[in-house]
Design a protein around this ligand. Structure first.
Ligand code: SF4
Length: 190
C-alpha cells in the first residue's frame, strides 16, 4: 500500500511537470507501462505520438510483447519507462537538455522499483543511461553491472521493424534476458 501511494504521488507530481520545452506540445504524458512492482526495468528514449498513451504502442508494441512472450517473459515481469516522459515531436530526438531535465523522474521511478535488471531499448537510451555514446551494433546483448544492477542494451522494436535482418539479434537478446532472470532466480515479480 505504501509503495502504491508512493507511485501515485510520483506520477501526480510528474503530470504537473513543465520543466522543459516538451511540455508545450504535450497532449499526453506517458509515465510508464507495465507492472510497477516488476524487477525488470526497460527504458525507451521517449513516448512516441503513435504509441498514444503507451510507451510501446502500435506495431512496435505488438512486436515487443511478442518477442518477450517468445522468450518466456510475461508482461507482468517488466516495467517500461522512458528517458523523457513527454512525447518528442516527430522527426527529431530529445535534446540533451530535455533528457537531462527529465532524468530525475526516471531516477525516482528506478528508486521505487529497485530493479534487479535494466534493459535499455535502443542506442539513445543506452547512451544516456551509460553516460557515453555507445553503438548498439557493438554493445547489444552485452551485460554490464552498474551499482549492483545488471544492465543490457538491445535494439528498440522500431529498429527491428525498420530492419528485419536485426530480428534474430533482438530475439537472442531476449533469450539472454531470460537466462539472466533465471540466473537471478526471478521466476515471478520478485
Ligand atoms: S519531458 Fe520531462 S522534464 Fe520535460 S516537461 Fe515532460 S516530464 Fe517535465
Amino acid at each position: 500500500m505504501k509503495d502504491e501511494q508512493a507511485w501515485a504521488q510520483l506520477q501526480q507530481r510528474c503530470q504537473g511537470c513543465g520543466a522543459c520545452g516538451l511540455r508545450k506540445e504535450r497532449k499526453n504524458l506517458v509515465f510508464g507501462q507495465g507492472n510497477p512492482f516488476a524487477k525488470v526495468l526497460m527504458i525507451v528514449p521517449a513516448p512516441t505520438v503513435a504509441g498514444g498513451r503507451q510507451l510501446l504502442g502500435g506495431a512496435e508494441g505488438t512486436l515487443f510483447w511478442e518477442l518477450l512472450s517468445l522468450g518466456g517473459i510475461t508482461p507482468e515481469q517488466v516495467y517500461v519507462s522512458s528517458v523523457v516522459k513527454c512525447p518528442v515531436p516527430k522527426g527529431r530526438k530529445a535534446l540533451h537538455l530535455e533528457q537531462n531535465t527529465c532524468l530525475p523522474w526516471l531516477r525516482a521511478q528506478t528508486k521505487l522499483l529497485s530493479p534487479k535488471v535494466i534493459v535499455c531499448l535502443g542506442q539513445e537510451s543506452l547512451s544516456v543511461i551509460m553516460g557515453e555514446e555507445l553503438s548498439m551494433a557493438q554493445c547489444h546483448g552485452q551485460w554490464f553491472i552498474r551499482r549492483g544492477v545488471e544492465m543490457m542494451g538491445m535494439y528498440h522494436p522500431e529498429d527491428l521493424l525498420q530492419d528485419q535482418t536485426l530480428r534474430p539479434q533482438g530475439f537472442a537478446d531476449i533469450k539472454s534476458l531470460e537466462q539472466k532472470m533465471k540466473q537471478l532466480r526471478m521466476t515471478s515479480n520478485k
